[in-house]
Design a protein around this ligand. Structure first.
Ligand SMILES: *[C@@H]1O[C@H](CO)[C@@H](O)[C@H](O)[C@H]1NC(C)=O
Ligand SMILES: *[C@@H]1O[C@H](CO)[C@@H](O)[C@H](O)[C@H]1NC(C)=O
Ligand SMILES: *[C@@H]1O[C@H](CO)[C@@H](O)[C@H](O)[C@H]1NC(C)=O
Ligand SMILES: *[C@@H]1O[C@H](CO)[C@@H](O)[C@H](O)[C@H]1NC(C)=O
Ligand SMILES: *[C@@H]1O[C@H](CO)[C@@H](O)[C@H](O)[C@H]1NC(C)=O
Ligand SMILES: *[C@@H]1O[C@H](CO)[C@@H](O)[C@H](O)[C@H]1NC(C)=O
Ligand SMILES: *[C@@H]1O[C@H](CO)[C@@H](O)[C@H](O)[C@H]1NC(C)=O
Ligand SMILES: [Zn+2]
Ligand SMILES: [Zn+2]
Length: 833
């Protein structure tokens, strides 16, 4: 069996995965430069047109191409549906008026900036943050087909001119999320910051597309901070969006301010483009980092977005300190950003209304909310500023750190408890392995999380270290379990291999420890007479092989007890392959973890349905980590593998982050809530815990039928004792065994027989055990004992009978078996619990 793995093998695999995942690089073709010059040339022309046009030059369509401009996308032959622009603008005006009020709206459109006007709308000047909600399709929408769009006219080398467009929203609704960014120093403004640049990442989905598709794209535009209005657009080879932005404005005043700003900023951007060593094809690209613009010839719909921020409502707590009369929102924004300890009043969330339309694909969508929909149904797009989001993220990270530490604590307690080979032998390897995989996954996610959150890098790394620490501990624990179980497995294999051979060499080879002193914790040494008895007892039990049971399972640590192993070659032979397999185990763990991580990354960009199915499945499998333990309990017929606080603690602590992402509406990863899936997962967890608990109470095989073939015969330490003539199944009591009525210390056998009980002696604690016994004769079982059979099931948990027919209290022998897997009386090897 080849077990050693070459680590280079999976290094190669990782590199392969990285190559697959990296975005395609633009390959510098032979006429790249000339193409780049063409692109720049076109941009200068567009800027020239922007510089020269005036308000109203575009949009009043007449005959003979009147009203069109010689800008990509704004030409007549491009086939865009510009005739809906007027209707859309009307709609935007209506909505903004609803938010700002008639008077404000007038001032906004005309730009009359009276100094007397103190009461400006209370909107955040810095929109950096996010907002999410639902969109609905507007009746202004049209359906356009790729044939109408004359793609081959603009992109002659597109191989699929009639392929369906990306971002083609055809449903009546879906989710939408905006991440707005305007960075100080980077976003250019005019002198008074009445207009500034803004950028948005839009994540938009469509409920009615197949598998609930969703798209992510960038839009660039301008923001009027005083009134909370922003207009953004995508830009591509088919649509020179930013150059046309002033023509999307609502009034001549806004037109000229946008034109002034764009004239300057576009000029600067293009100057930088010229000086670049590597071509920057489109500085205003709508494709998100890492994806390719129009990869595989897929064309996408262009989108123009109109946003209107709602005024912030400040809620004063009753009884709280009254805010200053002219409470300045500027102060609040500053305080949020640079906290000085001032009391920040409660306030409404960042809310925005949105109208968006696609000039080529023809859809018009609006954010869902009042007045068309009741506020209880939807309230446009709500979210929060980045500072508040970062606060939430920090709290989330802190909470996760607490759960990780608790998890670690439970693990350490369990590992301490399972310090002996016989206790380790009970624990399922796969249960701990799944936990270790989960923590390894958490570690990898935490390391890469700050790329997504864009904040709290230091905290994330600290917690990643905590996760790594618990992975290391778990792997260490796994190694211990593995070593013990492999040794045990090999012992059993050897036993099976040696069973068919006739036991001819048995008498000389048995180092039966008869002449040796009994081990220290058995104060009441059995009388020498009893040591002869085990031999017939073991001989007539076919399941147990007669010869090699003398080889102790705990040979690695009980060297002081066993001076010389029967055959010295077993010890080195056992450890070398075990270590090799251990190495294979680690590389398998790492490999599996990395593959899992990459598959998960791939699935994060899939359609919503596929993504939900994948994550539900993965989390369900992850949360099944008690199943291997339940299975192992059945196979080995053992009950007390794990501490009870470990089982409950790990279950709860591992459920907490999952519950957060499934149940909390505005969680930091923006995952959609799914209460049904969460209920299923929690129920499944609960079911496993109940199964474990009932295995402990009722016996590990209480739900397993006798005849099931996959369950091996295992020794039952808690047999129901029946009295028969020979007394072959009765324990050998040192005091009141039925065949030794010579003892006088306890009750007489005849006396106890009458009550259906017998009294034995536990040699570990030197106390009596009173044991229920079914008397001989079948009539008594269903007659007198009929009602008592159920209680008999529970009573038999109180004592344990070894294969060598010695009887002990359950706690006594369980405590003993944590250290030695041999009978305290006669030193015969005991099957593990
Ligand atoms: C913009 O137009 C003005 C005249 O209206 C002209 O002087 C100037 O050079 C133009 N700028 C650009 C960048 O084309
Ligand atoms: C539009 O501009 C191109 C050059 O960029 C020019 O060849 C073409 O004649 C112009 N079309 C109109 C209608 O002005
Ligand atoms: C497509 O573009 C060509 C010019 O390349 C033009 O003649 C034709 O009218 C356009 N078709 C449509 C449907 O706009
Ligand atoms: C958008 O989707 C609709 C419905 O599937 C389809 O009929 C139309 O051709 C698509 N339009 C584009 C531009 O892909
Ligand atoms: C807006 O707030 C964000 C987050 O604090 C900050 O990074 C950015 O520089 C601010 N932008 C402006 C223009 O102040
Ligand atoms: C900025 O504001 C001052 C007065 O507050 C005004 O005189 C000036 O014209 C404004 N500048 C711009 C570019 O709006
Ligand atoms: C655009 O900028 C140029 C200088 O780059 C300036 O001459 C011109 O007047 C500006 N045009 C408008 C409309 O602001
Ligand atoms: Zn006892
Ligand atoms: Zn014994």
């Amino acid at each position: 069996m080849e077990t050693r793995r070459d680590p280079r093998q999976f290094l190669f695999f990782i590199i392969l995965l990285l190559l697959i995942n990296s975005p395609e690089t633009q390959n510098p073709g032979y006429n790249t430069r000339t193409r780049y010059d063409e692109v720049l040339e076109r941009e200068w022309q567009h800027l020239d047109i922007l510089n020269q046009t005036r308000w109203g030059d575009f949009g009043q369509f007449g005959k003979e191409g009147e009203g069109y401009l010689n800008v990509t996308g704004l030409r007549e032959e491009d086939g865009f549906v510009w005739d809906i622009l007027g209707g859309v603008k009307e709609r935007v005006r209506e909505r903004s008026k609803g938010v700002l009020g008639e008077e404000e709206m007038g001032r906004f459109l005309k730009g009359t900036d009276d100094e007397e006007v103190i009461e400006k709308p209370r909107v955040y000047k810095n929109l950096t943050g996010y907002a999410q909600g639902e969109w609905v399709r507007s009746p202004l929408s049209r359906i356009r087909h790729p044939v109408d769009l004359n793609v081959s006219h603009v992109l002659p080398d597109n191989p699929f001119p009639f392929a369906e467009f990306d971002r083609n929203l055809t449903g009546v609704g879906g989710p939408v999320r905006l991440h707005l960014t305007e960075l100080e120093g980077k976003a250019r403004t005019d002198t008074n910051r009445s207009i500034s640049e803004i950028q948005a990442k839009v994540v938009i989905g469509d409920h009615e597309s197949w598998g609930e598709n969703w798209w992510e794209f960038l839009a660039h535009g301008v923001h009027y901070p005083e009134y909370g209005v922003a207009i953004l657009t995508t830009t591509s080879e088919r649509f020179a969006g930013v150059f046309a932005l002033p023509h999307m404005q609502l009034s001549s005043h806004l037109y000229s301010s946008a034109q002034k700003l764009l004239n300057r900023t576009l000029h600067e951007t293009m100057d930088r483009q010229v000086g670049r060593m590597y071509p920057v094809w489109n500085p205003w690209t709508s494709s998100v980092e890492g994806t390719n613009d129009g990869a595989l010839g897929a064309t996408h719909c262009e989108v123009v977005l109109f946003l209107q921020e709602f005024p912030v409502a400040l809620e004063n707590k009753p009884g709280g300190q009254q805010s200053l009369p002219g409470y300045s929102l500027d102060w609040l924004e500053h305080e949020l950003r640079y906290p000085t300890g001032g009391r920040i009043p409660r306030r409404s969330p960042l809310t925005m209304s949105m109208v968006a339309f696609s000039p080529d694909c023809g859809f018009v969508i609006e954010s869902k909310g009042p007045p068309e929909h009741s506020p209880s149904e939807a309230t446009h797009l709500t979210g929060s500023k980045t500072e508040e989001f970062n606060d939430r993220a920090r709290h989330g990270i802190l909470a996760f750190a607490v759960t990780l530490s608790l998890q670690l604590w439970f693990l350490i307690r369990q590992a301490k408890e399972a310090a002996t080979p016989s206790t380790r032998n009970r624990i399922s390897f796969y249960t701990v392995a799944v936990m270790a995989l989960g923590d390894g996954f958490a570690f990898l996610s935490l390391v890469f999380m700050h790329l997504f959150l864009g904040t709290s890098q230091l905290q994330l790394y600290t917690i990643a270290f905590l996760a790594l620490f618990s992975v290391v501990l778990e792997l260490r624990f796994l190694m211990d379990i593995w070593t013990v179980q492999v040794t045990e497995q090999m012992r059993q294999d050897r036993q099976q291999a040696s069973t068919p051979t006739p036991p001819s060499p048995q008498p000389p080879a048995t180092p039966n420890p008869q002449p040796r002193a009994p081990p220290p914790p058995s104060p009441t040494a059995p009388p020498p007479r009893s040591t002869t008895l085990p031999l017939p007892a073991t001989a007539n039990r076919p399941a147990r092989p007669p010869t090699p049971i003398i080889i102790p399972s705990d040979q690695d640590f009980a060297a002081d007890d066993i001076p010389t192993p029967t055959n010295p070659t077993t010890t080195p032979a056992a450890t070398t392959p075990a270590r090799a397999e251990l190495g294979a185990l680690y590389s398998r763990y790492c490999l599996f973890l990395i593959i899992l991580f990459f598959i998960t990354l791939q699935f994060t960009t899939m359609r919503s349905t596929a993504r939900a199915i994948y994550f539900n499945t993965i989390i369900f499998l992850y949360l099944s980590f008690w199943v291997p333990q339940i299975y192992r309990n059945i196979m080995r017929n053992c009950r007390k593998a794990l501490r009870w606080d470990f089982v409950v603690g790990q279950s709860v602590v591992r459920m907490v982050p999952i519950a957060y992402f499934y149940g909390v509406e505005d969680n930091v990863l923006f995952s959609r809530t799914d209460w049904r899936a969460l209920a299923v997962l929690a129920g499944w967890m609960w079911l496993q815990i109940v199964a474990l608990k009932s295995q402990e109470v009722l016996g590990s095989r209480f739900f397993v039928r006798e005849g099931w073939a996959w369950v091996p015969v295992a020794y039952d330490y808690h047999p129901i004792l029946r009295e028969d003539e020979e007394g072959a199944t009765m324990p050998i009591g040192s005091s009141t065994a039925p065949d030794s009525p010579t003892e006088t210390t306890s009750l007489q056998p005849g006396e106890s027989k009458g009550k259906g009980r017998k009294v034995f002696d536990c040699s570990i604690c030197a106390q009596d055990i009173e044991v229920p016994v079914i008397p001989s004769g079948g009539g008594a079982v269903d007659g007198a004992q009929g009602g008592g059979l159920g209680s008999l099931m529970l009573q038999r948990r109180g004592y344990m009978v070894t294969p060598c027919r010695h009887i002990f209290h359950t706690p006594c022998l369980e405590g003993w078996m944590r250290y030695r897997l041999m009978c305290p009386n006669c030193r015969e090897v005991l099957p593990p619990l």
